[in-house]
Ligand binder design. Structure first.
Ligand code: BGC
Length: 849
C-alpha cells in the first residue's frame, strides 16, 4: 500500500499561490479492497507534526480529496500529510509543504528608473544575524528577472506572466533563504517591456498597452533564528544601471550587447501606483520543460546556416559561445531554404554581441515559436553549442495514448506539443507571429483535449479569473481575447496608417461573438467535469451566468429573446466550405450563435443544478424556449435547413432534434460527407464534434475514416507533410510543400487538435459518469486499422488504464484498470456487454467478431 500524488489545490508545489482554502487530494495504491480502514489528513506548521493546525479523518472510506481551512497569514508554512491505516498496515504519505503569500499591506514602494533605458534596479543590504526564513514578494512590470548575489531567484521565466494588468497585478513569492548570506548582499532586478509595455496586437501593434514605465516592487522578509525579523524593500534607496539587454519585445526578440558599459548609477523614483491591484499569483510557474539538441545542421541552397531541432516548439535557444551571433527563427523550410514570412512582423530574432568571454547565452524578455534557426554573424558554428528550450506553464502530463498506427501516434504527439507550446500563462492561439493572444474561441474548443492531456486545472482557473475580471468591466460581455488589450490610437506603431490602427482597436473592443464568448460557459463546465470540484464550479459560475445573462440581453435587443439573430460571429471559422479566400465558413453564423446560446444556457442550468441554486430551473426553461425557437426557424420537415456539415453536426451534437428527426439528419450529414469523398470541410465549430456525432450514432467506421484519411483535408495530411504540431489551416502547407499564401498561417495552432478529446472519449472510451472520474463510463469504439490502443489517464481520483488490441485470431483483448476509490460502467466493444467494475485490474477477450 502507498499514498502517492498528494496535492494541494491541484498543485504539487505551492509557494505564494492565491489560496483561500486547501483542497488536499491523494491517491491510494496497492490496496485490493474498495475501502480502507482509516484515512487521516493532517496539517501542521511543523515538519514533525507534533502539533496539528487541523486534521480530518475518514473511517472505512475511499475518499481521495478533502477541504481544510487554515489561518491565512503572511508566509505561513504548512505541512500536509495523508496517513492511511488498512488491514493493520500503517502508512504516511510524503510531506507536502506549502507557503502562503504575503497577506498584509505593502510597505514597499513601486519604483521606476529615472533614466529610461536603465533597466537594472539594485539594492544593497546587510544581514548581520543567522537567518531562519527569507521570502521575497516581488513584481516587476512589464517583466522581471530577480537575482540575489548574482544567483537567479525566479528559476522561472517571463514573470509576472501575462494577465489582465488593468484589473489586477500578480506578484510572486520565492523562498530565498539559501541565496542570502550574512554580511553584504545585493539584490539586482532586470526589467523588460513584456506584454505590459511592449508591442502587442495586429498590423504593427501598439505599445504601452498597460503602462509607459518599467517599474518594480519587492519586499524581502527575513526571519532570524533569534525570532526577530526585518523587511528589505523597494524604495528610493535603490539605484539603477543600464543592462546588457538593448532592444527587446515579446514579438521583437532581443539584442544583448556584452560590450556595453553599464556601470553608471542612476536614481530611481517612487511612482504613483494603485497598491490594491497587487494580488498573489494564480498562474502556474513558467519553466523550461525540455532542452532539445539540433538534429541537423545544414547549409541551404542560399548559403544560410540553419539548425533543425526536429520539433516545432516555443521558447528560445541557449548558446555556449564566446562569439557574437544573430539567430532568426522559422517553422518550416521553403525550397530547402530558411523561411519565416508567416511570422508577419515578428521576425527579428535574437542578436548577441560578445565581449569575447565564453558563456551560455539566452534571451530574457522574449520568446519564439520555431523548429529551424538560421545562424548568422558567428565565428564558428558547432551544433553541440546550441540547445532549444521549451518554455511552458508547468502542468503535469496526465494523459498518454499509444496506438498501433504510427501516423496517429504522430498526430497525438503533435496535439500535445501544440498544447505545451501555447499554454504559456495564457492559452495563446499561436506562439510565433505577431499575435500570441488568448483567443477565447481557440481555448474553448481545445479545453476538453487539454484537460485530458495535462493537469491544466490551475492554468484554466487563472484564465477564467482574467476572463471574469474582463467580463465585470462590461456587464458580463465576453471579449474575443483574454487578457483584452485596450490600446490607444496614439500608441499605434504605424502612425501613417491610423485607419488600420482604429480597426485593430475595434477588433479588441468587439465582444460576444459566438462561439468565442461561449468559452465563459464551456471552460468552467469542463473544469468541473475534470476536477469534480464543486468549489471550483462555484468560483467560475459567475463567468457562466454573466455571459448567459448578457446573451439574453443581446437577443432581446435584437428582437427575439430566444434567438441570436444579429451581429458578426466568427462561427465556423476557417471552414473550407466558405467563399473562395474567406476565413468565414458557409454555416449560417446566426444559426451557430443561437445553437451556442442554447448550449451555454443548458450548461448554466446544469451548473446551477449541481450547486443547488434555484435559478437552474428557470434557466432550463429558458433553454427549452431557445430550442423551440431554433427548431421553428431552422427545421424544415425535421431536417436542419443549414445544409452544411457543421449545420447537421451542431443540431445533432447539441440535441436539437427529436428521436425520429435524428436519423434523417445523420443521414444527411453522412450523405454530405460522401459527396465530399468522405472528407470533412468543417472549421472551428464543426471539427471538434464531427467525429463524436458519427461514432455516437452508428457511423464508427466513417469516424475512423476521417481520422485516418491521409489526403487533404485531414489531420493525417498534415502529419504526412511532416507536421510536428497542429496547423491553423487544413491547408497551411499545400501538397507540394509550399506554404499557403493566404496569410494568417501558423503551423502551431492547437484548435484542430480538439480531435484529441474524441480519441480519449471514443477510441479509448474514457468518460466521466461522475465529475472527476470518481465513476467512469468506459466504452471504447474500436477499429482494426489502429491495431491496438493503449491509454492511461491520471484523473484527479487516480490512474485509469485502458488497452484494447486485436489479436491474431481476430479476437479483441481488453485490459482495464480502475483506480482505488473509483468505479466504472464498462461496455465491451463489439459485443456491447455491460459490466459494473469496481477498482481493480480486468482483462477480457471477445470471442465473436
Ligand atoms: C487567431 C485565431 C482566432 C481568430 C479569430 C486569428 O487571428 O489566430 O485562432 O481565434 O483570429 O478570428
Amino acid at each position: 500500500m502507498d499514498i502517492v500524488n498528494v496535492k494541494v489545490n491541484y498543485n504539487s508545489c505551492l509557494i505564494g499561490m492565491q489560496l483561500d482554502e486547501l483542497l488536499v487530494s491523494w491517491e491510494i495504491i496497492g490496496v485490493k479492497e474498495h475501502k480502507v480502514d482509516v484515512i487521516e489528513v493532517k496539517v501542521s506548521q511543523e515538519l514533525e507534526f507534533h502539533t496539528l493546525m487541523t486534521k480530518k479523518q475518514f473511517k472505512h472510506s475511499n475518499q481521495c480529496q478533502c477541504k481544510l481551512s487554515v489561518p491565512l497569514t503572511s508566509y505561513a508554512t504548512y505541512y500536509v500529510q495523508v496517513m492511511v491505516v488498512h488491514n493493520g498496515e500503517y502508512k504516511n504519505s510524503k510531506v507536502h509543504r506549502i507557503v502562503l503569500p504575503k497577506c498584509d499591506a505593502w510597505i514597499a514602494k513601486m519604483i521606476s528608473p529615472v533614466q529610461y533605458d536603465a533597466n537594472r534596479i539594485i539594492k544593497q543590504f546587510t544581514i548581520d544575524k543567522a537567518i531562519k526564513h527569507a521570502y521575497l514578494s516581488i513584481c516587476g512590470l512589464g517583466l522581471y528577472e530577480a537575482y540575489l548575489n548574482d544567483q537567479f531567484v525566479n528559476e522561472e521565466f517571463l514573470m509576472p506572466g501575462y494577465h489582465s494588468y488593468d484589473t489586477h497585478i500578480q506578484f510572486q513569492t520565492y523562498d530565498v533563504a539559501g541565496r542570502i548570506k550574512q554580511g553584504q548582499n545585493e539584490m539586482s532586478v532586470l526589467l523588460g517591456n513584456g506584454w505590459y509595455k511592449g508591442r502587442l496586437g495586429f498590423d504593427g501593434g501598439f505599445d504601452q498597452l498597460y503602462g509607459d514605465r518599467l517599474s518594480l516592487i519587492f519586499e524581502l522578509y527575513v526571519e532570524y533564528i533569534d525570532g526577530t525579523s526585518t523587511i528589505i524593500y523597494s524604495d528610493e534607496d535603490c539605484v539603477c544601471k543600464q543592462s546588457y539587454i538593448l532592444d527587446h519585445g515579446i514579438y521583437d526578440g532581443e539584442t544583448i550587447d556584452m560590450t556595453r558599459n553599464c556601470e553608471t548609477l542612476y536614481p530611481v523614483e517612487a511612482i504613483s501606483f494603485d497598491y490594491s491591484l497587487l494580488t498573489p499569483r494564480y498562474s502556474p510557474r513558467i519553466t523550461i520543460k525540455k532542452k532539445i539538441k539540433p538534429i541537423k545542421y545544414m547549409v541551404t541552397p542560399k548559403g544560410e546556416h540553419v539548425l533543425d531541432f526536429g520539433q516545432n516548439l516555443t521558447g528560445w535557444i541557449e548558446v555556449n559561445t564566446s562569439s557574437s551571433f544573430k539567430i532568426t527563427f522559422g517553422e518550416v523550410l521553403q525550397n530547402n531554404c530558411f523561411y519565416n514570412e508567416n511570422y508577419r512582423t515578428a521576425t527579428f530574432g535574437f542578436r548577441y554581441i560578445s565581449d569575447g568571454k565564453k558563456r551560455w547565452v539566452r534571451p530574457h524578455f522574449t520568446y519564439f515559436g520555431f523548429r529551424y534557426a538560421k545562424i548568422e554573424k558567428m565565428d564558428e558554428l558547432h551544433p553541440d553549442d546550441f540547445h532549444a528550450c521549451l518554455i511552458t506553464s508547468e502542468m503535469e502530463h496526465t494523459g498518454y495514448i499509444e496506438t498501433g498506427h504510427e501516423l496517429v501516434n504522430q498526430l497525438l504527439s503533435n496535439i500535445k506539443w501544440s498544447q505545451m507550446d501555447n499554454f504559456l500563462d495564457v492559452p495563446t492561439d499561436c506562439p510565433q507571429r505577431d499575435e500570441r493572444l488568448g483567443w477565447t474561441g481557440d481555448a474553448q474548443i481545445f479545453s476538453g483535449t487539454a484537460l485530458f492531456q495535462m493537469n491544466a486545472i490551475p492554468f484554466f482557473r487563472k484564465y477564467l479569473h482574467d476572463m471574469l475580471c474582463e467580463q465585470e468591466l462590461d456587464h458580463g460581455a465576453v471579449p474575443n481575447v483574454i487578457p483584452t488589450p485596450k490600446p490607444k490610437i496614439e500608441h499605434y506603431m504605424d502612425q501613417e496608417h491610423l485607419e488600420k490602427g482604429m480597426q485593430v482597436i475595434k477588433m479588441f473592443q468587439d465582444k460576444n461573438m459566438c462561439p468565442w464568448a461561449d468559452a465563459a460557459t464551456i471552460i468552467p463546465w469542463n473544469l468541473y467535469l475534470f476536477s469534480g470540484d464543486i468549489g471550483l464550479l462555484e468560483k467560475t459560475y459567475p463567468n457562466m451566468k454573466l455571459w448567459v445573462d448578457q446573451a439574453m440581453q443581446l437577443a432581446r435587443e435584437s428582437g427575439n429573446e430566444y434567438l441570436i439573430d444579429s451581429g458578426f460571429h466568427f462561427a465556423d471559422w476557417l471552414a473550407l466550405d466558405g467563399s473562395e479566400g474567406s476565413a468565414i465558413g458557409a454555416t449560417d453564423m446566426h444559426f451557430v450563435a443561437s445553437m451556442y446560446y442554447y448550449h451555454s444556457t443548458i450548461l448554466l442550468s446544469k451548473a446551477a443544478h449541481e450547486l443547488g441554486y434555484d435559478e437552474g430551473e428557470a434557466y432550463h426553461k429558458y433553454a427549452m424556449n431557445i430550442k423551440q425557437a431554433i427548431r421553428e426557424k431552422y427545421l424544415r420537415d425535421g431536417i436542419v435547413s443549414v445544409d452544411t456539415q457543421t449545420g447537421y453536426i451542431l443540431a445533432i451534437h447539441f440535441q436539437l432534434l427529436e428521436e425520429q428527426e435524428l436519423q434523417l439528419n445523420i443521414e444527411r450529414l453522412v450523405e454530405k460527407l460522401h459527396q465530399n469523398n468522405d472528407h470533412l470541410d468543417t472549421g472551428f465549430v464543426g471539427t471538434p464534434y464531427l467525429n463524436f456525432v458519427l461514432s455516437k450514432h452508428g457511423f464508427i467506421k466513417l469516424a475512423y475514416d476521417l481520422l485516418l484519411n491521409e489526403s487533404y483535408p485531414s489531420w493525417l495530411y498534415e502529419v504526412k507533410l511532416g507536421a510536428t504540431t497542429i496547423w491553423e489551416r487544413w491547408n497551411s502547407i499545400l501538397a507540394d510543400g509550399s506554404i499557403n499564401q493566404e496569410g494568417m498561417n501558423s503551423l502551431n495552432h492547437y484548435a484542430y487538435g480538439a480531435i484529441g478529446e474524441w480519441i480519449y472519449r471514443e477510441v479509448c472510451g474514457l468518460n466521466q459518469l461522475e465529475p472527476g472520474f470518481k465513476k467512469a463510463l468506459i466504452a471504447p469504439k474500436v477499429d482494426h486499422r489502429l491495431g491496438h490502443c493503449e491509454c492511461s489517464y491520471h484523473s484527479v481520483n487516480g490512474l485509469y488504464h485502458i488497452r484494447w488490441e486485436f489479436l491474431e485470431e481476430h479476437q479483441l483483448q481488453m485490459i482495464v484498470d480502475i483506480p482505488f476509490g473509483c468505479e466504472a460502467v464498462f461496455y465491451m466493444p463489439i459485443t456491447n456487454e455491460k459490466m459494473e467494475l469496481q477498482h481493480g485490474h480486468y482483462s477480457f477477450t471477445t470471442s465473436s467478431i
